[in-house]
Design a binder for this molecule. Structure first.
Ligand code: AMP
Ligand code: GLY
Length: 428
């Protein structure tokens, strides 16, 4: 079959890398792709938000299956456009993608279906937000309703910090319409985990749990990012907790969305806090995680194309997902300064790596002539698979210095806390 992958990050490179191994897949296209994706797929210069052009392309090339990486085209209705033309596409419709596209919608949905989440109050103005904050304790969390490129959530420690943020949101309109409404939310403590499942709207298959490291700096300090590293298994997530998340979050979400007439297909990603009162949802994403996908694809034994086609045609049947026993780890090499202002356009060099279990996925790169140039904050994902998590991490960290560009930086502690926790659990 011919497959089109929409997107241009490390997640999409990992998806293309995995698709390439499928005996069912004859041709892979990526729109717009990146310098790494170009080594496994034909890249076509169509932006992820140009959904009509993407559908025209898929029609013209008789694409058998399209897999969508990022949330933007999903919330814009790419799936609706493709389905209207009878094209198979993996991902939720516009109405279903609102679980990610509107935090107010998802909060109301969770309340209605008794899905555990933080307490929150929706507000339309600074005055309403001030009133809501009086009912909360600090730290509190403020979230803008719409998509804000991962920057629409802030933890405020005082009234002053809250006021400053509200000014940015409502007076300076820093987030535009995405922040016409906001949520003032209770601050939860605990370990954060990502849990993903694939659904055809009826059946649900969990993906191997992955742990993502969202903070920019070592020790989980600094600002939130898209993710600075990941590993699978997640370690902090026991089989028992995974079962609880399926029962209290994932299955009720799929069922609730069907009841709402917003049948959910594709990947459902729940960002969760493992609180002392059990797992609670921080957010939903309507897509694969980045960089979680990179480690999941290294561990997935099943045929990705086959599973995605079954989902896209609404018929998972009795399909199962098989996972390798080995562990996988990923470290993101970013530009100094990311996620804040950072320079772009440096040449990226990658020395030869003499180890087949190490896989390099490109994120923000393009090829210009003979050179690879960085075009986004997260540049390269160094990944490895090995018998144990500590071995996978060791392989990754040995390979990281082979990535060279001005201002390259990475977290040095990906996975180490998980290994500590495992040691502690073994000692108890
Ligand atoms: P979100 O986009 O809603 O997942 O928020 C981004 C990040 O902010 C999360 O990954 C958490 O680290 C943090 N966060 C969001 N909501 C809360 C909350 N209620 N309590 C504590 N931290 C939160
Ligand atoms: N790694 C976080 C995300 O994909 O949203």
């Amino acid at each position: 079959m011919r497959v089109l992958v929409v997107g241009q990050g490390g997640r999409e490179h990992a998806l293309c890398w995995k698709l390439k191994q499928s005996p069912l897949v004859k041709e892979i296209y990526a729109a717009p792709g990146n310098a790494g994706i170009a080594t496994v797929a034909d890249c076509v210069p169509i932006g992820v938000a140009d959904i009509v052009e993407l559908a025209d392309f898929a029609e013209k090339l008789k694409i058998d299956l399209t897999i969508v990486g990022p949330e933007l085209p999903l919330t814009l209705g790419i799936v609706d456009e493709f389905q209207k033309r009878g094209l198979a596409i993996f991902g939720p419709t516009r109405l279903a993608a609102e679980l990610e596209g509107s935090k107010v919608f998802s909060k109301e949905f969770m309340r209605k279906y008794s899905i555990p989440t933080a307490e929150a109050i929706a507000c339309n103005s600074t005055d309403e937000a001030r009133d809501a904050l009086k009912k909360m304790r600090y730290p509190a969390v403020i979230k803008v309703d719409g998509l804000a490129g991962g920057k629409g959530v802030v933890i405020v420690n005082s009234k002053q910090e809250a006021e400053d943020y509200l000014r940015m949101v409502f007076d300076e309109k820093k987030f535009g319409n995405a922040a016409d409404r906001i949520l003032i939310e209770e601050f939860l403590t605990g370990e954060e985990v990502s849990f993903m499942a694939i659904s055809d709207g009826k059946r649900v298959l969990p993906l191997a749990p992955a742990k993502d490291y969202k903070k920019a700096e070592d020790g989980d300090n600094g600002p939130n990012t898209g993710g600075m590293g990941a590993h699978s298994p997640a370690v902090v997530l026991s089989g028992e907790t995974a079962g609880e998340i399926m029962k209290t979050v994932i299955v009720p979400t799929i069922q609730g969305m069907a009841t709402e007439g917003r049948v959910y297909t594709g990947v459902l990603y729940a960002g969760l806090m493992l609180t002392p009162d059990g797992p609670k949802v921080l957010e939903y994403n309507c897509r694969f995680g980045d960089p979680e996908t990179q480690v999941q694809m290294l561990r997935l034994d099943s045929d990705l194309a086959e599973i995605c086609l079954k989902v896209a045609t609404g018929n998972l049947g009795d399909a199962k997902l098989a996972w390798r026993k080995e562990a996988a780890a990923c470290v993101v090499v970013s530009v100094e300064g990311y996620p804040n202002e950072h320079p772009l356009g440096q040449e990226v060099e990658i020395d030869a790596i003499d180890d087949e279990s190490v896989v390099i996925f490109h994120a923000g790169t393009v090829r210009r002539g003979a050179k690879v140039i960085n075009v986004a904050g997260r540049v390269i994902n160094v990944c490895a698979r090995a018998a144990t998590l500590s071995e996978a991490l060791a392989k990754v960290y040995e390979a990281v210095p082979k990535i060279r560009f001005a201002g390259a930086r990475y977290r040095r502690d990906i996975g180490f806390r998980a290994l500590e926790q495992r040691k502690q659990a073994a000692a108890e």
